[in-house]
Design a protein around this ligand. Structure first.
Ligand code: ADP
Ligand code: MG
Length: 234
Protein backbone atom coordinates (compact mmCIF):
# COMPACT_ATOMS: atom_id res chain seq x y z
CA UNK A 1 0.00 0.00 0.00
CA UNK A 2 1.18 3.53 -0.71
CA UNK A 3 2.63 5.35 2.32
CA UNK A 4 0.18 8.21 2.13
CA UNK A 5 -2.77 5.82 1.92
CA UNK A 6 -1.52 4.18 5.12
CA UNK A 7 -1.27 7.56 6.82
CA UNK A 8 -4.83 8.51 5.84
CA UNK A 9 -6.19 5.25 7.22
CA UNK A 10 -4.16 5.35 10.47
CA UNK A 11 -5.34 8.90 11.12
CA UNK A 12 -8.96 7.74 10.88
CA UNK A 13 -8.20 4.83 13.24
CA UNK A 14 -6.49 7.14 15.75
CA UNK A 15 -9.60 9.30 15.74
CA UNK A 16 -11.76 6.18 16.26
CA UNK A 17 -13.50 6.51 12.93
CA UNK A 18 -14.45 3.57 10.74
CA UNK A 19 -14.95 5.82 7.72
CA UNK A 20 -13.00 8.45 5.83
CA UNK A 21 -14.07 12.07 5.53
CA UNK A 22 -14.65 13.25 1.95
CA UNK A 23 -11.25 15.00 1.57
CA UNK A 24 -9.50 11.86 2.86
CA UNK A 25 -11.49 9.57 0.56
CA UNK A 26 -10.82 11.84 -2.42
CA UNK A 27 -7.12 12.07 -1.60
CA UNK A 28 -7.00 8.27 -1.49
CA UNK A 29 -8.73 8.11 -4.88
CA UNK A 30 -6.32 10.69 -6.32
CA UNK A 31 -3.37 8.53 -5.18
CA UNK A 32 -4.67 5.82 -7.50
CA UNK A 33 -5.13 8.22 -10.41
CA UNK A 34 -8.91 8.58 -10.10
CA UNK A 35 -10.33 11.88 -11.44
CA UNK A 36 -11.72 13.63 -8.35
CA UNK A 37 -12.80 17.29 -8.31
CA UNK A 38 -10.06 19.71 -7.28
CA UNK A 39 -10.44 20.54 -3.60
CA UNK A 40 -8.89 22.26 -0.60
CA UNK A 41 -9.77 22.23 3.09
CA UNK A 42 -10.46 25.66 4.62
CA UNK A 43 -10.46 26.41 8.35
CA UNK A 44 -11.73 29.99 8.08
CA UNK A 45 -13.83 32.17 5.82
CA UNK A 46 -10.72 33.90 4.45
CA UNK A 47 -9.07 30.56 3.70
CA UNK A 48 -12.21 29.47 1.87
CA UNK A 49 -12.12 32.59 -0.30
CA UNK A 50 -8.41 32.11 -1.09
CA UNK A 51 -8.96 28.43 -1.93
CA UNK A 52 -11.89 29.32 -4.18
CA UNK A 53 -9.70 31.81 -6.09
CA UNK A 54 -7.00 29.18 -6.60
CA UNK A 55 -9.49 26.54 -7.74
CA UNK A 56 -11.64 28.87 -9.87
CA UNK A 57 -15.37 29.66 -9.81
CA UNK A 58 -18.03 28.21 -9.75
CA UNK A 59 -17.38 26.55 -6.39
CA UNK A 60 -19.09 24.06 -4.08
CA UNK A 61 -18.71 24.24 -0.28
CA UNK A 62 -19.30 21.22 1.96
CA UNK A 63 -19.13 20.51 5.66
CA UNK A 64 -16.35 18.27 6.97
CA UNK A 65 -17.58 16.61 10.15
CA UNK A 66 -17.17 13.12 11.61
CA UNK A 67 -20.80 13.33 12.76
CA UNK A 68 -22.13 14.04 9.27
CA UNK A 69 -22.05 11.19 6.77
CA UNK A 70 -24.84 12.49 4.53
CA UNK A 71 -23.87 16.09 4.10
CA UNK A 72 -26.76 17.44 2.01
CA UNK A 73 -29.34 16.02 4.48
CA UNK A 74 -28.22 18.63 7.02
CA UNK A 75 -27.70 21.60 4.71
CA UNK A 76 -23.99 20.83 4.55
CA UNK A 77 -23.57 21.21 0.76
CA UNK A 78 -23.99 24.50 -1.12
CA UNK A 79 -23.55 24.44 -4.89
CA UNK A 80 -22.78 26.92 -7.61
CA UNK A 81 -21.07 29.75 -5.71
CA UNK A 82 -19.92 32.40 -8.12
CA UNK A 83 -18.03 35.05 -6.15
CA UNK A 84 -16.34 35.96 -2.86
CA UNK A 85 -19.58 37.18 -1.26
CA UNK A 86 -21.24 33.88 -2.14
CA UNK A 87 -18.41 31.93 -0.52
CA UNK A 88 -18.53 33.97 2.70
CA UNK A 89 -22.31 33.68 2.98
CA UNK A 90 -22.32 29.93 2.25
CA UNK A 91 -19.44 29.33 4.70
CA UNK A 92 -21.53 30.87 7.50
CA UNK A 93 -24.76 29.21 6.36
CA UNK A 94 -23.22 25.71 6.42
CA UNK A 95 -22.04 26.26 10.00
CA UNK A 96 -25.52 27.45 11.02
CA UNK A 97 -27.31 24.59 9.23
CA UNK A 98 -25.12 21.86 10.67
CA UNK A 99 -25.16 23.29 14.21
CA UNK A 100 -28.97 23.46 14.06
CA UNK A 101 -29.51 19.98 12.61
CA UNK A 102 -26.71 18.06 14.38
CA UNK A 103 -26.23 19.68 17.78
CA UNK A 104 -22.75 18.97 19.13
CA UNK A 105 -21.25 18.14 15.72
CA UNK A 106 -17.57 19.05 15.38
CA UNK A 107 -16.91 20.90 12.16
CA UNK A 108 -13.32 20.13 11.18
CA UNK A 109 -13.33 22.49 8.26
CA UNK A 110 -15.10 23.39 5.06
CA UNK A 111 -14.31 21.58 1.86
CA UNK A 112 -13.90 24.00 -1.04
CA UNK A 113 -14.17 22.30 -4.39
CA UNK A 114 -14.50 22.75 -8.09
CA UNK A 115 -18.12 22.61 -9.28
CA UNK A 116 -18.38 19.87 -11.91
CA UNK A 117 -20.83 20.77 -14.71
CA UNK A 118 -23.90 18.54 -14.52
CA UNK A 119 -24.10 15.65 -16.94
CA UNK A 120 -25.07 11.98 -16.95
CA UNK A 121 -24.36 10.62 -13.46
CA UNK A 122 -22.89 7.18 -12.85
CA UNK A 123 -21.93 5.34 -9.69
CA UNK A 124 -18.98 3.08 -8.95
CA UNK A 125 -19.16 1.22 -5.67
CA UNK A 126 -17.59 -1.65 -3.81
CA UNK A 127 -18.68 -4.04 -1.09
CA UNK A 128 -17.08 -7.13 0.39
CA UNK A 129 -18.87 -10.36 -0.30
CA UNK A 130 -18.49 -12.50 2.86
CA UNK A 131 -17.43 -15.51 0.78
CA UNK A 132 -15.72 -14.12 -2.30
CA UNK A 133 -14.21 -10.85 -1.06
CA UNK A 134 -14.21 -7.41 -2.65
CA UNK A 135 -16.67 -6.81 -5.48
CA UNK A 136 -16.94 -3.73 -7.66
CA UNK A 137 -20.26 -2.31 -8.84
CA UNK A 138 -21.25 -0.03 -11.72
CA UNK A 139 -24.54 1.70 -12.48
CA UNK A 140 -26.21 4.91 -13.58
CA UNK A 141 -26.93 7.47 -10.86
CA UNK A 142 -30.23 8.38 -9.26
CA UNK A 143 -33.33 6.27 -9.86
CA UNK A 144 -31.49 3.72 -12.00
CA UNK A 145 -29.60 2.30 -9.02
CA UNK A 146 -31.90 3.29 -6.17
CA UNK A 147 -35.24 2.25 -7.64
CA UNK A 148 -34.48 -0.03 -10.57
CA UNK A 149 -31.41 -1.78 -9.14
CA UNK A 150 -29.85 -1.60 -12.60
CA UNK A 151 -26.24 -2.42 -11.71
CA UNK A 152 -23.45 -4.78 -12.72
CA UNK A 153 -21.01 -6.53 -10.36
CA UNK A 154 -17.63 -8.25 -10.64
CA UNK A 155 -15.15 -9.69 -8.17
CA UNK A 156 -11.86 -7.77 -8.14
CA UNK A 157 -9.33 -7.66 -9.66
CA UNK A 158 -10.96 -6.90 -12.98
CA UNK A 159 -9.37 -6.53 -16.39
CA UNK A 160 -10.23 -4.15 -19.23
CA UNK A 161 -12.64 -6.64 -20.85
CA UNK A 162 -14.50 -7.02 -17.54
CA UNK A 163 -14.80 -3.24 -17.21
CA UNK A 164 -16.16 -3.03 -20.76
CA UNK A 165 -18.70 -5.76 -20.02
CA UNK A 166 -19.79 -4.13 -16.75
CA UNK A 167 -20.57 -0.91 -18.59
CA UNK A 168 -22.27 -2.67 -21.50
CA UNK A 169 -24.51 -4.97 -19.49
CA UNK A 170 -26.58 -2.46 -17.50
CA UNK A 171 -30.08 -2.04 -18.91
CA UNK A 172 -29.65 1.73 -19.19
CA UNK A 173 -26.54 1.35 -21.38
CA UNK A 174 -28.22 3.18 -24.28
CA UNK A 175 -28.29 6.34 -22.20
CA UNK A 176 -24.48 6.25 -22.10
CA UNK A 177 -24.46 5.88 -25.89
CA UNK A 178 -26.35 9.16 -26.22
CA UNK A 179 -29.96 7.98 -26.58
CA UNK A 180 -32.71 10.63 -26.40
CA UNK A 181 -30.43 13.61 -26.71
CA UNK A 182 -28.29 12.65 -23.70
CA UNK A 183 -24.60 13.50 -24.09
CA UNK A 184 -22.59 10.50 -25.26
CA UNK A 185 -20.51 9.21 -22.34
CA UNK A 186 -16.72 8.81 -22.53
CA UNK A 187 -16.59 5.03 -22.14
CA UNK A 188 -12.80 4.99 -22.01
CA UNK A 189 -12.86 7.34 -19.00
CA UNK A 190 -15.31 4.98 -17.25
CA UNK A 191 -13.17 1.93 -18.03
CA UNK A 192 -10.17 3.72 -16.50
CA UNK A 193 -12.18 4.56 -13.37
CA UNK A 194 -13.26 0.92 -12.96
CA UNK A 195 -9.70 -0.41 -13.46
CA UNK A 196 -8.13 2.11 -11.07
CA UNK A 197 -10.83 1.46 -8.47
CA UNK A 198 -10.08 -2.26 -8.77
CA UNK A 199 -6.35 -1.53 -8.18
CA UNK A 200 -7.20 0.54 -5.13
CA UNK A 201 -9.44 -2.19 -3.69
CA UNK A 202 -6.76 -4.85 -4.23
CA UNK A 203 -4.12 -2.64 -2.66
CA UNK A 204 -6.12 -1.56 0.41
CA UNK A 205 -7.86 -4.49 2.14
CA UNK A 206 -9.02 -2.07 4.86
CA UNK A 207 -11.69 -0.74 2.50
CA UNK A 208 -14.96 -2.39 3.50
CA UNK A 209 -17.26 -0.26 1.35
CA UNK A 210 -16.67 2.36 -1.29
CA UNK A 211 -19.15 4.72 -2.90
CA UNK A 212 -18.10 7.06 -5.71
CA UNK A 213 -21.47 8.72 -6.11
CA UNK A 214 -22.09 10.61 -8.24
CA UNK A 215 -19.51 10.58 -11.02
CA UNK A 216 -20.31 13.09 -13.76
CA UNK A 217 -19.46 11.61 -17.13
CA UNK A 218 -18.88 13.83 -20.13
CA UNK A 219 -18.27 13.35 -23.83
CA UNK A 220 -14.63 13.72 -22.83
CA UNK A 221 -13.59 12.71 -19.34
CA UNK A 222 -15.39 12.21 -16.05
CA UNK A 223 -15.33 13.77 -12.57
CA UNK A 224 -15.88 12.11 -9.19
CA UNK A 225 -17.99 14.54 -7.20
CA UNK A 226 -18.46 12.66 -3.91
CA UNK A 227 -16.49 9.77 -2.39
CA UNK A 228 -17.30 7.73 0.71
CA UNK A 229 -15.12 4.99 2.22
CA UNK A 230 -16.11 2.71 5.10
CA UNK A 231 -13.21 0.90 6.77
CA UNK A 232 -13.08 -2.61 8.16
CA UNK A 233 -13.84 -2.68 11.87
CA UNK A 234 -10.79 -2.03 14.17
P1 ADP B 1 -23.89 13.84 0.34
O1 ADP B 1 -22.97 13.63 1.49
O2 ADP B 1 -25.21 14.39 0.76
O3 ADP B 1 -24.00 12.62 -0.53
P2 ADP B 1 -22.60 15.14 -1.96
O4 ADP B 1 -21.17 15.55 -1.80
O5 ADP B 1 -22.86 13.93 -2.76
O6 ADP B 1 -23.23 15.04 -0.49
O7 ADP B 1 -23.40 16.37 -2.56
C1 ADP B 1 -24.79 16.27 -2.83
C2 ADP B 1 -25.08 16.50 -4.31
O8 ADP B 1 -24.59 17.78 -4.71
C3 ADP B 1 -24.36 15.52 -5.24
O9 ADP B 1 -25.10 14.35 -5.40
C4 ADP B 1 -24.26 16.31 -6.54
O10 ADP B 1 -25.47 16.28 -7.25
C5 ADP B 1 -24.03 17.72 -6.02
N1 ADP B 1 -22.58 18.03 -5.93
C6 ADP B 1 -21.77 17.82 -4.87
N2 ADP B 1 -20.51 18.20 -5.12
C7 ADP B 1 -20.50 18.68 -6.38
C8 ADP B 1 -19.48 19.23 -7.23
N3 ADP B 1 -18.22 19.37 -6.82
N4 ADP B 1 -19.84 19.59 -8.49
C9 ADP B 1 -21.12 19.45 -8.91
N5 ADP B 1 -22.13 18.94 -8.17
C10 ADP B 1 -21.83 18.56 -6.91
MG1 MG C 1 -23.14 11.91 -2.28
Amino acid sequence: MKGEAERIISKAREEDRDFLLEPEAKRLCALYGLPVTRFEVAKSEDEAVEAARRIGFPIVLKVISPQVLHKSDVGGVILNLRDEEGIREAYRRIHENVKAKVPGATIEGILVQEMAPSSTEVIVGAIKDPTFGPTIMFGLGGIFVEILGDVSFRLVPIERVDAEEMIGEIKAYKILEGARGMPRADKEALIEILLKTSDMLMDIPEIKELDLNPIMVYERGAKIVDARVILEGG
